[in-house]
Design a protein around this ligand. Sequence first.
Ligand code: ATP
Ligand code: MG
Length: 568
Amino acid sequence: MAEHPPGSQDFIRAIVSRDLDAQKHGGVVHTRFPPEPNGYLHIGHAKSICLNFGIAREFAGGLCNLRFDDTNPTKENMEYVESIQEDVRWLGFDWEERCFFASDYFEQFSDYAVLLIKKGKAYVDSLSADDIRCYRGTLTEPGRESPYRTRSVEENLHLFAKMRAGECEEGAHALRARIDMASPNINMRDPTLYRIRRVPHHRTGTTWNIYPTYDFAHPLSDALEGITHSLCTLEFEDHRPLYEWVLNECDVACHSQQIEFARLNLTYTVLSKRKLAGLIEEGHVSGWNDPRLPTLMGLRRRGYTPEAIRRFCEHIGVAKRENVVDVALLEHCVREDLNARAQRVMAVLRPLRVVLTNYPEGCVEELTAVNNPEDPTMGTRTVPFSRVLYIERDDFREDPPKKYFRLAPGREVRLRYAYIIECVDVIKDERTGEVVEVHCRYDPDTKSGSGRSARKVKGTIHWVSAAHALEAEIRLFGHLFSVPDPDHEKAGQDYRSLINPNSLESVRGCQVERALQGAGVGQRFQFERQGYFCVDCDSTSQALVLNRIVALRDSWSKIEHGQTQDRR
Ligand code: ATP
Ligand code: MG
């Protein structure tokens, strides 16, 4: 549920409103979404995108930049830049001409570093990275000052120039802020501002041999772009004093305000690029767009709509408190969206042959079916009906349990849009005893919509005409992890040991209604009584492949498994 009642504002929007009313920041709001191009976006990023771009859209004159935080050349590349842009656009947001790269500011960052050195606020340290860590102290112990902390401005300028010119080895020196080694906030104990990295950058090539840290580059990027509200996740709360120190000491004109909010956590999945990358590298999933992943590419391939994801982000709201959102809420949002929009069709996942013994051979009736009862403007279509049909194996029981209102020997059931049929015979495989075919009689006086179908039976099932159906492969997905909180590893337990081994079930030989003929990749349908499905990119004109986006709530399985209430 949203953290704030409908119509009211979350705490960030309340701050923005107040600042606008007070003419703070000149009466404008300017946010940014700052991804590092070192991986693909996931649903957690969607929360941040909806927040930053959403605020810019909601407040008059608001702007939002897309800024690539590309200050670490080792893991970044242009492929990620392009896919991030594609995902932001797909979600429905537009940065117009405001796409920026922190690497475009490298020269200015370096000028600011020189300014800090000249002010005596930064120094070149020659301790090793390990020693720097060691000297930093702990939460309970103050840090110790580096012996290099008292270097003269001249020496610092000289060494920094050498670092920049590529005359030093990686790790030989680092530029550090001179703040306070005894600060209770470890981030303020002379944090590193620049490191030597002899690595080519995906945009600046080999121009630079030094790269700024996040803590130095981020506030300056915000300042250079005129950002008014710099929204980030809670783990940066302890970095805020440093953010402000950098802005103050560098004498920048624009002081944006850092505001932290709780990151999105979702049950049964992980939302960390490192962990997602691990799943891919080790082959637990097929790639970044595996439909089981919470990546935007994966969700898109699975069939999620941008509308559903935006609605989900609205629903969860923005707050300061860490929590874990039930993935059932995300599923609910896509169900709600597709219920209003998706064309209904009939499809049989696990076919059982039904022969209507009293239906004339060779006869085909075209029956009228409604495309979407929620939206009459979507009209109707015809569905072919004939003597041999397929129904769902699960819709027939030789020995029906109590409250089972589907087909069984001697029982009647209605075929959706068609007739009432009665099971008169069951044909079994002699060897295995498996039911291979069911013989039924149809009642010609019960045609749906004919006005003569007054007779009522308790169950209605879906079906397809065997001669007209298309064969398809259908992929059913379960949760990627078998526990709700794989991200909160118990002592000694690796998240990979919590993977659900049955998260993918590929069902072949499914029989789907003729209406799917020629359906394009990404097209979505509701399969009546089953759920929402989307044509997968593995589909070809010869072989249809569909993903189950989400199941409909199945009332029978709840009765059978004694589940009386929704998990949410
Ligand atoms: P990692 O997944 O390794 O933690 P990251 O997701 O922080 O990395 P960035 O590219 O730095 O990677 O994220 C871009 C923006 O998205 C940041 O502003 C970050 O705060 C925000 N963001 C990332 N994950 C989430 C999340 N789960 N919920 C909300 N916002 C997020
Ligand atoms: Mg990050």
